[in-house]
Design a protein around this ligand. Structure first.
Ligand code: CAA
Length: 256
């Protein structure tokens, strides 16, 4: 299977499994990733989605260049729209997502990592948007998500010069949340457990509010925050969280 979806404790684990091509994204793999996201959405008891690549060399080396060459212009546009639509589904998942970047994350691979809520890198991770070397530009969201994450100047440098960024620098500029020494999956599970015990509705409202920060004015963004924080306030979990604080005990959230 080129894409495998399994359970790892309270999390879903999606593995891109085409190591012989550095987990490059064919159309078929993109569709399978989309189907896997749909499946994760139907698993009501998972607390997060972890995404990684098979093998120790690459998370994902981007769109399948051999396949790209054969696409006609209309198919190319549909391909970009498909990639964008599939990755955008991560925003709509009820649970946060975490890219475990175990090697090269180039082109569409970097864009998949960028679409996740969080990114954790192994020390040998390398990020790049090298499309310019192919006479192309990023097409699965990179021109939009990268500047939002690391700023326009740094994003332009990566996209226009194809300069790749290693793990340590990626952490310094905010491209990844952390570099993990040791086993990346174990580090990913530990990272995910830092949020997975909180109320899912609160996590979702917070993600939605932060996402809007990148694409709206401050005035509108503050309105979104006021609306979503009010919704959070009305949940049973908020009642439980505040009661637990007063009673000096650990809250028991029920995602309601
Ligand atoms: N598409 C298809 N096949 C790929 C691939 C890709 N993006 N990246 C690597 N492969 C294949 C190679 O063709 C090779 O297969 P063969 O042995 O059958 O020839 C195998 O994976 C191993 O790759 P290399 O021998 O090249 O490995 P390396 O260690 O020498 O180099 C690398 C690693 C620097 C990542 C190099 O493979 C590379 O530059 N890959 C292309 C990266 C790239 O340009 N990505 C952007 C694609 S376009 C895109 O993604 C557009 C978008 O926005 C969606």
């Amino acid at each position: 299977m080129t894409v495998s979806l399994t359970r790892k404790d309270e999390f879903a684990l999606l593995t891109l499994n085409r190591p012989e091509a550095l987990n490059a994204l064919s159309f078929d793999i993109l569709r399978r990733i989309g189907a896997a996201f749909d499946e994760v959405a139907s698993w009501r008891d998972v607390r997060g989605l972890l995404i990684t690549g098979a093998g120790d060399k690459a998370f994902c080396a981007g769109a399948d260049i051999k396949e790209l060459r054969q696409r006609e212009l209309m198919n190319q546009k549909r391909g970009a729209e498909l990639g964008q639509a599939v990755f955008a589904r991560l925003d709509r998942l009820r649970v946060p997502s975490l890219a475990l970047v175990n090697g090269y994350a180039f082109g569409g691979g970097a864009e998949l990592a960028l679409a996740c809520t969080f990114r954790l890198a192994s020390p040998n991770a390398v990020f790049g948007l090298p499309e310019i070397k192919l006479g192309l530009i990023p097409g699965y969201g990179g021109t939009q998500r990268l500047p939002r994450l690391i700023g326009e100047g740094r994003a332009l440098e990566m996209i226009l010069t194809a300069r790749s960024v290693k793990a340590e620098e990626a952490e310094r500029i905010g491209l990844v949340n952390a570099v993990a020494e040791g086993d990346l999956l174990e580090a990913g599970l530990a990272f995910a457990r830092r949020f997975s015990g909180y109320s899912l509705p609160a996590l979702e409202f917070a993600r939605r509010a932060v996402q809007r920060a990148g694409d709206t004015t401050l005035v509108e963004g503050l309105q979104v925050e006021a609306d979503l924080s009010t919704l959070a306030y009305r949940t049973r979990d908020a009642e439980e969280g505040m009661a637990a604080f007063e009673e000096r005990r650990k809250p028991e959230f029920t995602d309601g």
